[in-house]
Design a protein around this ligand. Structure first.
Ligand code: HEC
Length: 212
């Protein structure tokens, strides 16, 4: 009886050990696949055609930071200036540096941030503070009749949005005043140099966009 019992215990212990062994975390001999949503190549859309806000645009190619730019008559001179930070998806940036033109599936992000001049050790000038809004421009010839479409993710950083209607002022101002293919390359110093060298600036571009 005693023997049978201890045999039973032994079998049980063996089963537990085997179980413990199978439960060991799998030894991963193969390297884990690189999972990243880094949007280097193409803007992503939902099935309903909404543009998905890229979460990693701060890792894209940085284009410029405008300060206090205004396209209306300068009535708002007393306001604290906003910064306008512009990024572009890296593969399109590389293409532009080579050709002076934007390939299809280019996406640019405009981040507007408030500024302050008072804080910490600062004695003059402005530094960036709260997020005001995130907007986007996407070039997709098959998807949009006018090639480019404009998006507003809002202050609340919506995860996905439909393109703004073509009657929005974005379309007219960008297509009439942008120096290269709807974009304001005239204000992006490193890209302006490329466009000048490649001869891709719109012949009629002026450095002062039309007031409206
Ligand atoms: C009156 C002219 C005007 C209007 C209207 C306008 N923009 Fe712009 N936009 C500009 C200028 C000028 C810049 C360059 C900003 C800078 O240098 O910081 C710019 C830059 C941008 C950029 C960065 C890429 C690029 O095209 O150069 C995006 C994205 C953008 N705007 C989106 C929008 C959206 C979305 C709207 C409409 C809701 C809009 N814009 C309305 C003048 C305009």
């Amino acid at each position: 009886m005693k023997y049978v019992l201890s045999l039973g215990v032994l079998v049980l212990a063996g089963a537990v050990m085997m179980h413990a062994q199978t439960q060991k975390p799998a030894q991963s001999a193969a390297p884990r696949p690189v999972t990243s949503d880094r949007t280097t190549a193409a803007p992503r859309f939902t099935a309903a055609g909404e543009l998905i806000r890229p979460t990693d645009f701060r890792e894209w190619s940085f284009v410029t930071a405008g300060l206090g730019m205004t396209y209306n008559q300068p009535t708002s001179a007393a306001r604290t200036p906003n910064f306008t930070n512009v990024w572009v998806n890296p593969s399109s940036h590389q293409a532009f540096v080579k050709t002076g033109q934007w390939p299809d599936k280019t996406m640019l992000i405009l981040e507007i941030r408030a500024s302050s001049s008072e804080g910490s050790i600062n004695k003059g000038g402005h530094f960036q503070t709260n997020l005001v809004v995130i907007e986007a421009a996407v070039k997709d010839e098959a998807r949009f009749p006018g090639k480019w479409a404009y998006f507003d993710f809002g202050r609340d950083m919506k995860p996905q949005v439909q393109a703004l209607p073509v009657t929005e002022r974005c379309y007219a101002c960008h297509s009439e005043n942008g120096a290269v293919d709807n974009t304001f390359v005239q204000f992006y110093p490193t890209l302006l140099e490329v466009a000048e060298r490649m001869g891709t600036l719109r012949p009629s571009y002026t450095s002062t966009p039309a007031a409206h």
